[in-house]
Design a protein around this ligand. Structure first.
Ligand code: SF4
Ligand code: SF4
Length: 164
């Protein structure tokens, strides 16, 4: 079993790290807003990108919902489903598209019970806004941009984030 899988299956350390990171990021909100999304992203990319690649196989969608899905990246699902599994999960919990892998959503359900955010698994997540791809999700999170969907003059607020 890889170190990544072990960490995700026993997510205590990841939960603790996220809580610290969340506080640090929210404290930088003013700075990020002054600099704007692009420049702020360049400022933190050097750390976020490799770190989250190692820990979560992050695909840099720019709108992270990891802590709502048991610290399991939904973008690693071959269909990139963010609101639950497809209908093709195999009986043994593996993925219909990549049979050697566990279904991302089976892992999300298993792991979310080990985090303080289990109830968030039922949260309706907004569709991916691809304009945010490759931007730092740390910045979109801190500024609240990750909670805004496309459409509407201001961009419709789609889902409330509980900033626990
Ligand atoms: S930023 Fe997106 S791709 Fe990266 S870990 Fe979070 S949900 Fe997955
Ligand atoms: S079986 Fe799971 S991981 Fe595979 S495509 Fe369906 S939802 Fe995604």
């Amino acid at each position: 079993m890889s170190l990544r899988t072990q960490l995700q299956d026993h997510p205590g350390l990841l939960v603790w790290s996220w809580k610290i990171t969340e506080k640090l990021l929210l404290a930088q909100r003013g700075l990020f807003e002054r600099l704007g999304l692009e420049r702020s992203s360049r400022l933190v990319h050097w750390l976020e990108k490799p770190l989250k690649k190692i820990l979560f196989d992050c695909r840099m969608c720019g709108q992270c919902i990891l802590h709502y899905t048991g610290m399991t990246c939904p973008m690693t699902c071959p269909k990139q489903l963010r609101n639950g599994p497809c209908g093709g999960v195999c009986m043994d919990g593996t993925c219909e598209v990549i049979p050697d892998n566990d279904c991302v959503w089976v892992k999300a359900v298993e792991r979310s019970g080990k985090t303080p955010w289990e109830s968030e698994l039922n949260r309706l997540n907004p569709p991916v806004d691809w304009r945010l791809e490759d931007l730092a999700s740390w910045v979109t999170f801190a500024t609240g941009r990750d909670q805004t969907t496309v459409g509407g003059k201001e961009g419709a607020v789609y889902a409330e984030g509980d900033r626990q």
